[in-house]
Design a protein around this ligand. Structure first.
Ligand SMILES: Nc1nc2c(ncn2[C@@H]2O[C@H](COP(=O)(O)OP(=O)(O)OP(=O)(O)O)[C@@H](O)[C@H]2O)c(=O)[nH]1
Ligand SMILES: [Mg+2]
Length: 326
């Protein structure tokens, strides 16, 4: 890809991210209107900023911390709307840093086994499909395992993604033992020289304890083939659930050693600030964000792009109201 092509591709990705985050961005900057009229960064302004951050679902404690951080920069000084957005974007980027980590497939693991977990409907199967398509397009030999044996539709859903991306799907009949399936899929993918194996799991079982026990069993049997497997355990979270995502991380990380998060459906919510809360609270890598239903809507997480899109810091400065006065 030429420099120009890659720069165009990057711009396209940013545009999708920005479109996806529009609802949270509107919530955030809409709530800042009073601040933006005032143009002085004082206590009142910071309180308004804090309220806007709370509405974007950062949580009260973190909203306070972020507003205070913004306050340390230009306190009691004149500030334009554009400058404020830039300062806010810098602060948010800083708070996101603990979660910045590239998703790397270790070529020494053949295949690199990725276990994908999450409560029902968060976007596990879709994320696996998108990830498979992305990795296959990069020239990797990918396999998927239909480990959600609880629902027949889940198996078909994964097969459709497999056909689209030309990626084989290891599946059994509904009701089959998920751990046994994962074990066999791993053995088969290894025999076939696969680079990556993505394992889907059920989001809904009879109860939460059953769900966690099944995940643990899958992780345990994979170790019989390779003690270092699964090489990644991703928790998929739905941004529309807001602060509830925090208790989901708590519950899953007690059951299996999570290596990172994926946050989907950022396009469907004004609560996208939850991602900042998660980064701050857990410091787990956020590998990907979902901002729509198509393959290119699953993007590697980029803290600076995320903060810029959320605050509108990329938008050119508008002439201030004062400039129009005669
Ligand atoms: N708008 C939007 N929709 C998404 C995104 N990610 C997933 N979805 C949709 O969310 C719905 C649920 O996705 P699934 O992948 O089936 O979720 P799941 O976690 O596998 O669900 P269960 O198998 O029932 O546990 C589907 O309609 C997806 O198209 C996203 O980033 N944006
Ligand atoms: Mg599913």
């Amino acid at each position: 890809m030429s420099d120009r092509d890659s720069s165009t591709a990057r711009q396209g990705m940013f545009a999708r991210l920005k479109a996806g985050l529009a609802r949270t961005a509107t919530q955030l900057t809409g709530g800042l209107n009073d601040v933006l009229m005032k143009m002085r960064l004082d206590e009142d302004t910071l309180r308004t900023l804090e309220d806007a951050l709370i509405r974007a679902d950062l949580g009260t404690a973190l909203a306070h911390e972020v507003a205070a951080d913004v306050g340390t920069k230009r306190y009691d000084m004149e500030i334009s709307a554009h400058e404020l957005k830039k300062v806010l974007a810098e602060s948010i980027t800083k708070f996101l840093q603990p979660s910045v980590k590239e998703f790397v497939i270790d070529p020494a693991c053949k295949p690199f086994v990725v276990l994908v977990a999450g409560v029902n409907g968060t976007g596990k199967t879709t994320t696996i499909g998108k990830l498979a398509a992305r990795l296959a397009a990069d020239g990797r030999k990918v396999w998927m395992a239909a480990g959600d044996t609880f629902r027949a539709a889940a198996i078909d859903q994964l097969k459709i993604w497999g056909e689209r991306a030309h990626v084989p799907v290891f599946a059994r009949e509904p009701g089959a033992d998920a751990a046994a399936l994962a074990f066999d899929a791993f053995a088969e993918a290894r025999a076939q020289g696969a680079d990556v194996l993505l394992i889907d799991t059920a989001g809904r079982l009879h109860n939460k304890a059953g769900l966690m026990a099944e995940l643990q069993k899958i992780a345990r049997v994979l170790k019989k083939i390779d003690p270092s497997a699964p090489h990644a355990v991703l928790l998929v979270l739905d941004a529309t659930t807001g602060q509830n995502a925090i208790s989901q991380v708590e519950a899953f990380k007690d059951a299996v050693p999570l290596t990172g998060l994926v946050m989907t459906k950022l396009d469907g919510t004004a609560k996208g600030g939850i991602l900042i809360a998660l980064a701050h609270r857990f410091g787990l890598p956020i590998y990907f964000v979902g901002v729509g239903e198509t393959v290119s809507d699953l993007q590697p997480f980029d803290a600076k792009d995320f903060a810029t899109a959320l605050t509108g810091a990329d938008e050119p400065e508008k002439p201030s109201i004062g400039a129009w006065r005669f």
